[in-house]
Ligand binder design. Structure first.
Ligand code: NDP
Length: 314
């Protein structure tokens, strides 16, 4: 039996650019949103350093600082921001139900899901210690800092291929570490990688360790056929082995693709459940940028506002 502790007009789950932008718009529309920040307040940007591709910051900004700005703006507009994690949902009927911190259930007339995605990591020595000091899971975000330098990238899917190509235009050389003797990426992307002169592929290779005292200096790789170890001097190590959308609590309720990305209707943020909207990386496996997440957060708030007023709930 779910004892309901509180009732909201608009509940926002997640505190990355999508969640906070939804909060700013929903607050200004007088929906009096409540936002639960989740396990990592501020989201993925809190584990990056310089952000130079978010419009409005001509000198760039540190990721964590930018997220404090997002939060302050949402607070100033009147969002009720809370520390807490959505741990379960029950979308059987309206109002929609969400469990917080495994201890209390709340109700909401509309729910905006902005729980983001998490980059997968290898879990090897040096990887976390040097994260933000040359280790990155986003070439588009961090590639620029390694202009004319040699970098390594691990992965062989479309993301890795796209990021290797992106890096090849900025960096002097890209060492691409592929664990099998073939790539998973689409044929056209593979061909582009193979045709790019400054991308060197290491087949059947796995990374053993990322080395460097304060920043990445080299990576040690092992050929998994011969067990031979080799060292590649690089200034950065990009991990592109996929992302996991943070959508597990919605399984069985919302339509998702095979990777767990929530499906939204074309051109809007509506999910298959009326009154439930999804924005940001949890529904976007392609772009995954702060600015695109913020844009879809805005869309979700506008969609929620329209839904609530059509239903006479607001
Ligand atoms: P994928 O899951 O497609 O690929 C992950 C890659 O990482 C695979 O090559 C895999 O190797 C490798 N990998 C996984 N774990 C390890 C490990 N521990 N050590 C070394 N390598 C590892 O993820 P992507 O992010 O590339 O793509 C996700 C989806 O998004 C795909 O469907 C892709 O097509 C799509 N996408 C589409 C784009 C576009 O259309 N423009 C752009 C980017 C992505 P292995 O092959 O051996 O399993």
């Amino acid at each position: 039996m779910q004892e309901i502790k509180e009732k909201f007009t608009c509940l926002i789950i997640g505190s990355g650019p999508a969640g906070y932008t939804a909060a700013i718009y929903a607050s200004r529309a007088n929906l009096k949103p409540t936002l639960y920040q989740g396990i990592q307040p501020g989201g993925q940007l809190t584990i990056t350093t310089d952000v130079e591709n978010y419009p409005g910051y001509p000198d760039g900004i540190q990721g964590p600082e930018m997220m404090i700005h997002f939060e302050k703006q949402a607070l100033r507009m009147g969002t009720d921001i809370r520390y807490g994690l959505a741990t379960n949902v029950d979308f059987t009927k309206h109002p929609l139900r969400v469990e917080i911190d495994e201890e209390k259930w709340v109700e909401a007339d509309s729910v905006i899901i902005a729980t983001g995605a998490s980059a997968k990591w290898l879990g090897i020595k040096g990887e976390q210690r040097l994260n933000g000091h040359g280790v990155s899971a986003c070439a588009v975000c961090d590639g620029f800092f390694f202009k004319n330098m040699e970098v390594a990238i691990v992965g062989a899917g479309d993301t890795a291929a796209e990021e290797a190509l992106y890096l090849s235009k900025i960096c002097s050389k890209v060492h691409m570490i592929v664990r099998r003797d073939e790539m998973r990426a689409s044929k056209i992307m593979q061909q582009r990688v193979l045709d790019t002169k400054n991308i060197q592929i290491y087949w059947n290779s796995e990374t053993e360790e990322v080395c460097g005292e304060h920043k990445v200096e080299q990576v040690i790789i092992k050929n998994n056929k011969t067990n031979e170890l080799s060292t590649i001097p690089v200034s950065a190590f990009f991990v592109a082995i996929g992302h996991t959308p943070n959508s597990s609590i919605f399984k069985g309720w919302l339509d998702m693709d095979e990777s767990g990305y929530i499906k939204t209707q074309p051109g809007c943020t509506k999910t298959n459940v009326e009154g439930v909207f999804a924005a940001g990386d949890v529904q976007d496996m392609i772009y995954r940028q702060a600015v695109t997440a913020a844009g879809s957060g805005c869309m979700a708030a506008l969609d929620a506002e329209r839904f609530l007023s059509e239903k006479g709930l607001f």
